[in-house]
Design a protein around this ligand. Structure first.
Ligand SMILES: Nc1nc2c(ncn2[C@@H]2O[C@H](COP(=O)(O)OP(=O)(O)OP(=O)(O)O)[C@@H](O)[C@H]2O)c(=O)[nH]1
Ligand SMILES: [Mg+2]
Length: 349
């Protein structure tokens, strides 16, 4: 079945005309010195993908990446953005006996291939930090314009780490596989729920319990908090949240009121404990490898999609489809032919 659907794809495939390496080097230097404009330009470049994004990645090779990467996900409306704002505030003012840390926040929306819109409210909520040079906040989409996890998302996380931010917070909106994909980029994942009927069950169904390192019942000023905490502790005790392979880590269940900061110190402490666990158990290295693997995979898939969406790629697919319809070859052999073509495409048209 052909859909006759013309993908809305930019035809420029970014061969040639890539950003000059010197300019990229200067941008990276300026960004590491704290220039917000340079950081924003680099982020846009890696989000857009293609050869310029490759040039940025090359420039970042070998730089230390000390950032703690924290994922915040959970039920819609549970207070993820408010909690991110509260966490930001605490990390910036220094807490837990530590100095103030620099923080990058990437608010990632898997439901839309475009940024903006739904996340505007989040920007407003974090408005107190807009003039703070130690904070960088950006919303972005996690889905590439050609489908799948955008190569820009892993690249953005890596960029923030390589630019020297102490903490990178990834907040996702929405529920589902793409959210899980995004959270696989984090070292520590906090799943945020609000008290209410069967929240834990819903989260379990959505597959986000399995990725939780910390469980947070936010809106603890609402009724049902104790019941929700009890339900979640029960699920943890029964091993429902499935991080048993991570060894001795016992998932804490915390209660917060993000809107007034209650419980945020405890959250910061729990994040620190998980960090120590990651280091001492060797799990940190495994998660770093998982993140690097996701970055590589996303570029591979993006390049395949780009190649197939271009005029030559569409012709190649159409020819393969004709052969299958005519009964000359089966679709597996046709696919192999397309893969061979991808490995050595004739000069682009
Ligand atoms: N009472 C109370 N309200 C809260 C608390 N935390 C957040 N809120 C409110 O709950 C609403 C939703 O908060 P958000 O932070 O936007 O929630 P979110 O999870 O980011 O929402 P989405 O991104 O749309 O999924 C807002 O009106 C907040 O002010 C809390 O601890 N207690
Ligand atoms: Mg939000």
């Amino acid at each position: 079945v052909t859909t006759g659907h013309d993908a809305p794809v930019a035809t420029a495939t970014s061969t040639g005309g890539g950003a000059a390496p010197v300019a990229v080097g200067e941008l990276v230097a300026a960004a590491r010195d704290g220039s917000v404009r340079a950081i924003a330009r680099l982020l846009t470049t890696v989000e857009n993908g293609g050869a310029p994004a490759g040039a940025v990645a090359a420039e970042l090779t070998g730089l230390p990446r000390p950032a703690e990467i924290i994922g915040i996900t959970g039920a819609p409306g549970a207070g993820k953005s408010t909690l991110t704002g509260a966490l930001l505030h605490r990390l910036r003012s220094g807490s837990d006996g530590r100095a103030a840390r620099t923080v990058a926040v990437l608010a990632v929306d898997p439901s839309s291939p475009f940024s903006g819109g739904a996340l505007l409210g989040d920007r407003v909520r974090m408005a107190e930090h807009v003039t703070d040079p130690g904070v960088f906040i950006r919303s972005m989409s996690s889905r590439g314009s050609l489908g799948g996890l955008s190569a820009g998302t892993p690249a953005a996380v890596d960029l923030m780490s390589a630019l020297g931010f102490d903490v990178v917070i990834i907040e996702t909106v929405g529920v589902g596989q793409s959210e899980v994909d995004v959270m696989h980029l984090a070292d520590t994942v906090a799943v945020v729920l609000a008290p209410g009927m069967g929240d834990g069950i819903q989260a379990a169904k959505a597959g986000i319990m399995e990725i939780a390192d910390l469980l947070v019942v936010n809106k603890a000023d609402h009724e049902g908090t104790k019941a929700a905490v009890r339900e979640l502790k029960g699920m943890v005790a029964l091993g429902r949240s499935g991080v048993a392979e991570a060894g001795s880590w016992r998932i804490p269940v915390l209660a917060t009121v993000a809107s007034d900061g209650m419980g945020v110190d405890e959250l910061v402490a729990a994040l620190g404990e998980h960090r120590q666990h990651l280091v001492s158990s060797g799990e940190l290295a495994r998660r770093q490898a998982r993140r690097a693997g996701a970055a590589v995979e996303s570029v591979v898939l993006e390049r395949v999609r780009r190649a197939l969406a271009g005029p030559a790629g569409r012709r190649e697919l159409a020819a393969a489809a004709d052969s299958v319809v005519a009964g000359r070859i089966d679709h597996h052999r046709a696919a192999q032919g397309v893969i061979d073509w991808l490995r050595s495409p004739p000069a682009a048209d």
